[in-house]
Ligand binder design. Structure first.
Ligand SMILES: Nc1ncnc2c1ncn2[C@@H]1O[C@H](COP(=O)(O)OP(=O)(O)O)[C@@H](O)[C@H]1O
Ligand SMILES: [Mg+2]
Length: 230
């Protein structure tokens, strides 16, 4: 049985131009993630982990190489196409939560569903269900400013998972969470990876969390290497 490749990227090069200086961050990086696979990315601060997630998610373009998600090259899409593709195939949890301040937790989580054309009732019900899964059933009406850091993080995770995307990219998702909540998130990830075959790429400093995933890669000097931590 051949496993379906959800992320496939080959020879990714990414540098930032800083005046005359060129900061080379990704130096010919390869990565394949299959359906239902949960992969951890670890590495020193400044190693390029967030850059890598941005490139994988089509938020930033590589200077060389191609990222394929679900067998489609995201670099060749138009801006509109890429937006739609991201909404349908990708969930993103940023290092900082990026929730919309004027909307409630429920509305924030329902947003990707509304954008993809689901009815308000449907979107709202699904948002409530997944918020309950991350332990926020009593916070659905709260706005981001009325939530703690860890609660905001859980809303952001719920929003990334709510439309059961093929692939979820997470930047330090459990950094602000206590052990109990981190466990709930891990269980939810495991379930989605099994039931819906969602693939996860998770940047984390949490070694215990990384251990619970299928593979651990270290981003070092611009490429990924398998660590024996897994
Ligand atoms: N927009 C940018 N412009 C210039 N340099 C950047 C930019 N974003 C990140 N960098 C540099 O790229 C390197 C990798 O950053 P980042 O991907 O944020 O690392 P990590 O997430 O592993 O801490 C760092 O040296 C950082 O200073
Ligand atoms: Mg980072």
């Amino acid at each position: 049985m051949t496993k379906e490749k959800i992320i496939e990227c080959c020879n990714i090069v990414k540098y930032y131009d800083q005046g005359p200086q060129k900061v080379e961050v990704l130096k010919g990086l390869d990565l394949i993630v299959h359906a239902g696979e949960r992969v951890a990315i670890v590495g020193a601060s400044g190693a390029g982990k967030s850059t890598l997630l941005n490139v994988l998610g089509g938020l930033d373009r590589p200077n060389e190489g191609e990222v394929r998600i679900n067998n489609k090259a995201i670099s060749t899409m138009s801006e509109n196409e890429r937006g739609r593709f991201r909404n349908q195939n990708l969930g993103f949890v940023y290092q900082f939560h990026h929730l919309l301040g004027e909307f409630s937790a429920r509305e924030n989580v329902a947003m990707p569903l509304l954008i993809s054309g689901q009815s308000k009732k449907n979107a709202s019900d699904k948002a409530d269900a997944i918020l309950a899964r991350v332990g926020l059933e009593n916070r659905v009406e709260h706005k981001p400013a009325e939530l703690s850091g860890g609660e905001r993080q859980r809303v952001a995770i719920a929003r990334a998972l709510v439309n059961e995307p093929a692939c979820v990219l997470m930047d330090e998702p459990t950094g602000n969470l206590d052990a109990g909540n981190a466990k709930a998130i891990q269980a939810l990830m495991l379930e989605l990876s099994k039931v819906v075959k969602t693939a996860f790429v998770v940047v984390t400093h949490d070694a215990d969390f990384a251990q619970t995933l299928n593979a651990v890669y270290e981003l070092h000097e611009g490429i990924l290497r398998v660590t024996d931590a897994a």
